[in-house]
Design a protein around this ligand. Structure first.
Ligand SMILES: Cc1cc2nc3c(=O)[nH]c(=O)nc-3n(C[C@H](O)[C@H](O)[C@H](O)COP(=O)(O)O)c2cc1C
Length: 187
């Protein structure tokens, strides 16, 4: 038998009074230069989640790759990606995130969303962005690719990853998600 202290993720369900099993979360992300990776890792830590990286070699750091990313993004030229052999539908919750490119989700993220693996009913989205455009269009684009309704969204400016305040935002997001799970994920 496990104690509450052993599983800080385990909660009393308000609706049934039963002990809810720990929330099983998978955090899926793409990151070109490491900013979104840090946010993804903070979410993993806060939710005791597992991590799955979408990989794409085309836009690895460098000025020419940056320019190509922008050029391809405007033309919506979806690149090949790699995804680890994980089964997202086996989780209670999947969080999907990446950077904003030319106001839209980064292309590797769009490749993933164009042919997503089976996903559970509960999806959350997160984005990092430079701040010269509003992330709302990118969120709407991601949500439109999914059959599940998406209510949970977290956007963090790259400068807040640099100054460290993203950790607080990630924890608050994780706490809200855990609370919703404990209450039966009712919207
Ligand atoms: C090709 C490209 C286009 C971008 N376009 C935008 C944009 O339209 N709006 C914005 O706020 N930031 C934009 N950014 C900035 C990134 O969203 C931001 O730096 C992000 O945090 C990088 O995340 P990463 O390190 O995980 O790749 C762009 C970055 C790249 C590489």
């Amino acid at each position: 038998m496990t104690s509450y202290l052993e599983h800080k993720n385990q909660h009393l369900s308000r609706s049934t009074g039963d002990i809810a099993p720990p929330l099983r979360t998978l955090v899926i992300y793409y990151s070109r230069t490491g900013t979104t990776a840090k946010l993804a890792e903070a979410l993993v830590e806060a939710l005791e989640a597992e991590l799955a990286e979408i990989r794409c070699d085309l836009y690895r750091p460098g000025i020419f790759r940056y320019l190509r990313a922008g050029y391809d993004s405007v033309r919506i030229k979806l690149p090949p990606i790699r995804f680890p052999p994980m089964v997202p539908r086996d989780y209670d919750l999947v969080l999907i995130g990446g950077p904003v490119w030319t106001s839209y989700p980064a292309l590797p993220l769009r490749s993933f969303l164009a042919h997503p693996p089976g996903l559970p009913p509960r999806i959350g989205l997160f984005l990092t962005y430079g701040g010269h455009s509003d992330p709302v269009v990118a969120f709407e684009t991601m949500a439109a690719s999914l059959s599940q309704p998406v209510t949970e969204r977290l956007a963090v400016k790259a400068q807040h990853v640099v100054d460290g305040s993203y950790v607080k935002a990630a924890r608050a997001f994780a706490e809200a998600l855990t609370r919703e799970y404990r209450d039966g994920f009712k919207v």
